[in-house]
Design a protein around this ligand. Sequence first.
Ligand code: PMP
Length: 446
Amino acid sequence: MVKAEELREQLIELDKKHFIHPTSSLKQQHEQGAPFIFTKGEGVYLTDITGKRVLEGMSSLWNVNIGYGRKELAEAAREQMENLAFTNSFSSMSNEPAIRLAAKLAEIAPGNLDAVFFTSGGSESNDTAYKLVRYYWKLKGRPEKKKIISRKKGYHGVNIGATSATGISPFQEMTTSHAPDFLHVEPSSSAALLECIDSEGAETIAAFIAEPIQGAGGVNMAPDGYFREVREICSKHNILFIADEVITGFGRTGKMFACEHYRVVPDVMLVAKGITSGYIPLGAVIVTDTIHRELIDLSQGVLLHGYTYSGHPTACAVGLKNLEIMERENLVENSRLMGEKLFEGLKEIEQEIEIVGEVRALGLIGAVEVVHPTEKKRFSELVAPKVSAEAAKRGLIVRTVGFEGMDTVVFAPPLVINENEIKEMVAILKASLKAVQESVLKETAS
Ligand code: PMP
């Protein structure tokens, strides 16, 4: 039998040669190989091929909301695959899991968000939404309403439209050409949105898109009142408001959807990730009953937008079971309660560690800003990656954001996390920050 270490080495060689990793440093991957090859997950923990166990403080990519190792989801997929693994939904064909999941989403989504277009993930949900809102205005005889306004530091995915909407420069700069008619405004000022509308002309704008909390851009929360104001501005100017809840949906912030915190109902809501807790790819675009009816009334012929996997029966069956488990185990409430504990821990860290600037969290999504203790601004070199490396050594996975002037550690553990696991997470974070603080302050002093 090949020993675990040997097997790891073998896999790393194959990985280096054949596997182009998404959103990764190709050089580092080629030179150092994968730091972890995971083989098992249970609750909030992952185990790698050498037996090392880590607490997944990111729920992988903010998505494994109900935690790892759920046999019920495997069972739901197996049962659906045995009966009917796949059938398409083109030409009005349908299947029961897709119908039931669409109805379930309509039930749990705020307000009259009642009709669902399925995709396979967040980027597809974004590109679908941009096309749908333009189609909507075109049908209403307003084809010139086509610009999409998004926010700086916002992240909306990597398809060409989603990249164009994303307001994080390195993602934009990765490609030399973008989709036309995308505009970016300051993320925390409703006045900035208003100015943009005034200068471009509302008659040219189809929609405004925002994440209720910017995730990949550094877990940034908008100031109080911002979302109510932008909701009003959009309504007043006949601009559709799209909420990208790809990260924040399905309990992440302590409510089922983050817009509920701000008491706003968007015209279009985008979801993915937590809809299946990552057990199988799935996303959705949810529109209001009003928009749905207008689309039905005005459209003629075929809606020429659809993915092979829109309404995938197996993915939808897994989504349904995932939502059933979230409700049965009160995971939205657990997210709120554990989020409070997490925030208390972060506040202690803020008090005790000098290189910590602002800490923030809402439910189970949070961030720690790293700053120079006396200058109160970012160190000349990024420090947060050193913190995440220390945390990984100590058994905790977190991520860092190092663009747009940020030096930030971000985290979003599974919603099943308990109080002891929160304590473990906070303790590792604190120890990692402390270790890094000692080394960087020594370096900057010498
Ligand atoms: N929107 C947001 C807010 C996201 O965070 C992400 C992914 N992190 C996406 C869209 C894109 O989703 P996907 O990676 O599933 O295409």
